[in-house]
Write a protein that binds this ligand. Structure first.
Ligand SMILES: NC(=O)c1ccc[n+]([C@@H]2O[C@H](COP(=O)([O-])OP(=O)(O)OC[C@H]3O[C@@H](n4cnc5c(N)ncnc54)[C@H](O)[C@@H]3O)[C@@H](O)[C@H]2O)c1
Length: 325
């Protein structure tokens, strides 16, 4: 089985590649279990390749159809489409967001349409397709009401995935991921970046600004759990979907103040006191439009699950990713 992961050098792309290498098999679009023969990591930055002969990298801009053609060989069985410019950047630079998040998604789907057989296509969407006044909790069939460019681009991508699936060009699945925390490394340009920074930085002995109020609630997941859920989204049979290919991926609802309280309970006052409440209206404007409470039905029916609580998410970071002293 031949797999392509766009955004394969990114946070989730690298983890997904590792998880697939460990599993060794996936189910193809015909429902057959297949051994994974190759994984191509397509990214604009060079991928830090795991030492595994099944993995190769294609480095280039996804918005260039020639790069897509190089990465997506005619016998590709599955594309995990994770490449994107994140929310803060898509809002700051409208043209880049449209080119990468929308135009390149369409080019990638067009490439899939030209393959020998329709591949599975897993699209990393986001809870940012929702915003504004919504039922609480948000049901699976809530209307798409994005309040920023990133969510708009993801929403259009989901509609394309559904329509190309309906036409039989791909076997698509759009997974609306919660905010994934705790992300290791450096802060990024996602509006939600602070949700990782307020745990990661204090644990490393560094002050971390928190740009939203302690009462702000978020819908979050750990990297471990979301990667399991992405694989489950891939493995679900086409018959599990009815009038949509979009899935609200399970998460937990947590107030930012309770995130810091969980950190305090685990790591102590000196660590938690490194969180500095510094309100930033530009970040708050984006984050406060995202709903924080969902009632997912389809995701759990596909076997997807949520983390138990935020303390578990902090402990997962400490076990999996925290740099050792
Ligand atoms: N991490 C989260 O909290 C979260 C939440 C919801 C949805 N998502 C979605 O999941 C996906 C993966 O997120 P992530 O956290 O791993 O992000 P990330 O920024 O770590 O990874 C995205 C990757 O895409 C690559 N990329 C950007 N522009 C590109 C281009 N023009 N050509 C080729 N590659 C390009 C980047 O270099 C990066 O490696 C994204 O689509 C994101 O929108 C993430």
């Amino acid at each position: 089985m031949r797999i392509v992961i766009t955004g394969g050098a990114g946070f989730l792309g690298r983890r997904l590649a590792r998880k697939l290498l460990e599993r060794g098999t996936l189910t193809d679009a015909r429902g057959q279990p297949r051994t994974i023969a190759s994984i191509v990591l397509l990214d604009v930055v060079p991928a830090d390749l795991p030492a595994d002969p099944r993995v190769a990298a294609v480095t280039g801009d996804l918005a260039d159809p020639a790069v897509i053609a190089r990465a997506v060989a005619p016998d590709t069985d599955t594309v995990f489409h994770l490449a994107a410019v994140v929310s803060g950047q898509a809002e700051a630079d409208f043209d880049v967001g449209m080119r990468v998040n929308l135009d390149a998604t369409r080019s990638l789907l067009e490439r899939c349409r030209a393959l020998a057989a329709p591949p599975k296509f897993v699209f990393a969407s986001s809870l940012a397709v929702f915003g504004g006044p919504l039922p609480d909790p948000v049901p699976d069939n809530a209307p798409l009401t994005p309040q920023a460019s990133y969510g708009t681009q993801k929403a259009i991508g989901e509609l394309l995935v559904y329509d190309m699936t309906r036409k039989g060009f791909v076997d698509g699945r759009s997974l609306r991921l919660p905010t994934v925390t705790v992300r290791p490394g450096k802060p990024n340009k996602a509006a939600s970046s602070f949700a990782s920074g307020i745990v990661r930085e204090p644990l490393a002995g560094i002050d971390a600004p928190c740009p939203v109020a302690p009462t702000t609630r978020m819908w979050v997941t750990s990297p471990r759990t979301v990667i399991d859920n992405i694989v489950l989204g891939h493995e679900a049979p086409a018959s599990a979907f009815a009038h949509t290919r979009s899935v609200n991926v399970p998460g937990i609802r947590v107030a930012v103040g309770d995130m810091v309280a969980a950190l305090r309970a685990i790591a102590g006052d000196a660590v938690a006191d490194r969180v500095k409440w510094q309100f930033d209206p530009a970040i708050d404007r984006i984050v406060s439009t995202w709903p924080a409470n969902f009632a997912p039905v389809l995701g759990p029916a596909l076997g997807m699950r949520a983390d138990a609580d935020f303390a578990g998410i902090v402990r997962a970071y400490m076990a999996d990713d925290m740099p050792r002293a």
